[in-house]
Design a protein around this ligand. Structure first.
Ligand code: HEM
Length: 206
């Protein structure tokens, strides 16, 4: 029986995702540019990179509220609840499928439904990125924007350095996530199917 077309990405979610993806790209380019800035070979001029990075970070925070409040009240929020019972087994089943099963033409162990649009690995990584690393990146970002709010010493080290370290580590993890995320998004009914879905809202059945 042919699978029905599922409406999985409501308009507010697609809007949030588009703005978020664009801002993350801008933040990565300007962030990397600031990190490795040398006046002669700057990717983006240092002052310009700082200004763009700050503005993009502020908009990212506001945009995050759409995601957070949306998930608090809309059905989509249920996709981000992790059931710990049997979690390890579900993660291993999905990982085994990605490493072996998929190449043998097996069907996915967790077919997409309205109640379960993410496979266990997706659910787990999306929760970590959206509820841990993205908040850490913008909270530390705001603190660095107003450094006077950071305690001089935290755990006997410089509060500023520690905040900066958390900001850079979470930024790096989000960048890594984005690369892996885009790669895994090519695994769908066709390599472009999931990208079409995040634009028109409908999941393309296999
Ligand atoms: C150019 C960059 C990006 C592209 C092309 C892209 C592509 C996609 C696609 C095709 C989907 C739908 C498939 C799925 O549900 O997994 C999706 C969903 C998602 N993406 Fe991205 N993405 C990008 C950047 C990001 C970034 C930077 C983040 C987070 C920091 C992110 C977080 C998410 C989340 C949480 C979902 C699931 C949304 C939901 O249905 O609740 N994406 N993305």
């Amino acid at each position: 029986m042919a699978q029905e077309r599922l409406y999985l990405y409501p308009i507010w979610l697609r809007f949030w995702h588009f703005v978020n993806a664009l801002l993350c790209l801008i933040l990565i380019v300007t962030g990397v540019s600031m990190q490795f800035s040398a006046p002669a070979i700057a990717l983006v001029k240092f002052d310009t990179a700082v200004a763009i990075h700050n503005i993009a970070g502020i908009i990212l925070t506001i945009n995050y509220l759409i995601f957070f409040i949306g998930n608090l009240f809309a059905f989509n929020g249920s996709q981000y609840q992790i059931k710990f019972k049997g979690l390890m087994k579900r993660l291993m089943t999905q990982a085994t499928y990605y490493t072996f099963g998929i190449f043998k033409g097996e069907s996915p162990p967790f077919p997409i439904t309205r109640e379960n649009k993410f496979n266990p690995l997706q659910r787990f990584s999306y929760v970590f990125i959206m509820y841990l690393f993205v908040p850490v990146v913008f909270i530390t970002g705001w603190a660095l924007l107003y450094p006077q709010t950071i305690p001089t010493t935290i755990l006997r080290t410089s509060g500023l350095h520690l905040t900066d370290l958390f900001h850079i580590i979470s930024g790096f993890i989000i960048s890594l996530f984005m690369l892996i995320h885009i790669y895994f998004c090519t695994i769908g009914a066709s390599p472009g199917a999931n990208f079409k879905s995040i634009m028109n809202g409908y999941h393309e059945p296999h």
